[in-house]
Design a protein around this ligand. Sequence first.
Ligand code: HGY
Ligand code: MN
Ligand code: MN
Length: 415
Amino acid sequence: MDELRINIDRLMGRIDELAQIGAIENTDGCARLALTDEDKAGRDLVLTWMRDLGTEITIDGIGNVTAVWAGPDTDASLDPVMTGSHIDTVRTGGRYDGNLGVLAGLEVVETIAEAGLSPRRPIAVGFFTDEEGSRFPPDMLGSLVYVGGMSLEEGLDTVGIDGAILGEELDRIGYRGGAPCPAAAPHAFVELHIEQGPVLEAEGTTIGAVESVQGISWTEITIKGQSNHAGTTPMDLRRDPGYAAARIAAFVRELALEMGGRQVATVGQIKLHPNLVNVVAANATLTVDLRNTDEMMLQQAEKQLAVFCDELAESENVTITSRSLARFEPVVFDPEVVDRVACTAEALGHSFKRMPSGAGHDAQMLARVCPTAMIFTPSWMGLSHNPFEYTEPTDIAAGANVLLHVLRGLADEDG
Ligand code: HGY
Ligand code: MN
Ligand code: MN
């Protein structure tokens, strides 16, 4: 492996500059929910950097952006090797989740270009629309459309948690492009991302060679009862969706602890109506996020939740309905590409660990159409989806250099 390395100061400068857009006061974090004005401003800035690198930029019908770079002797007719991630964030976002993968991809291109090198294949750097899915579920919506897992029409018609229509928001920010969905499959896809969990830091390991992504199940549950006076309504006459929602939140926590293994469960959103101190709620809406690396266990968790809701509806005399917001089975990455990540980390002198991903990523969608893997860097205190998310610059440099050499290797291969 040669001595070529990325320029960490330039990469950190871009990470810091992008983080100013939607910056969350008194923190290092940023909030750029998909297709908001902040997301548009972030997109505009990243496109400026893509243009400065002389890449060929395409924007597809769901707003995914791809920048393709070729050296003077690159065979531009060959399928590109692709990297990338997302630049939309959750409302309590950090500056590394997704942004690192996109900006490290641009840094890799700039490093190769300024070294005057010409990889055999072009290198593409992309960011995908609405990876977080927290405004417009499901998560990874843009990359799902990119690979043909969801029709463009269905993606555009998606209704957000705020009632906005995805396609209308895309038009409002001027990012509905003309490039076709699904896109042509790249030769391979590698995504650099922070771990967003505690494992690498706890083990003092620098690089994660990610082998798989766990299954994801998002459900929206709606509970209808009867609003009533908080003071005059006897307890045995209540039909209380607020109480039922609390019971479901407690149930899924106990279920995950009982199942053990890698089962996790989260109630991230609870809305009561009319949400007033002296009114027994009329209705409640809550979301349940269940995940497991094992598909059968995940199905079992879903079944137990459904049975619990049926029994609860009966005992509390409320009606409970549910709808799926996202459902993805576990994904296993390409062992050969994972091996490249592991070998490259070792050749660069970094400790590494083969591991699954607890979070969903665009890479799990690209894995449907091309050989794919991911590179993780440690997360301070395992924190993410938190404005105090942090990764050491030395670890960022390590991850970006592994990305540099894995992409170069893939870009120079035949076939
Ligand atoms: O939900 C996830 O795992 C990802 O952050 N979209
Ligand atoms: Mn992410
Ligand atoms: Mn995220």
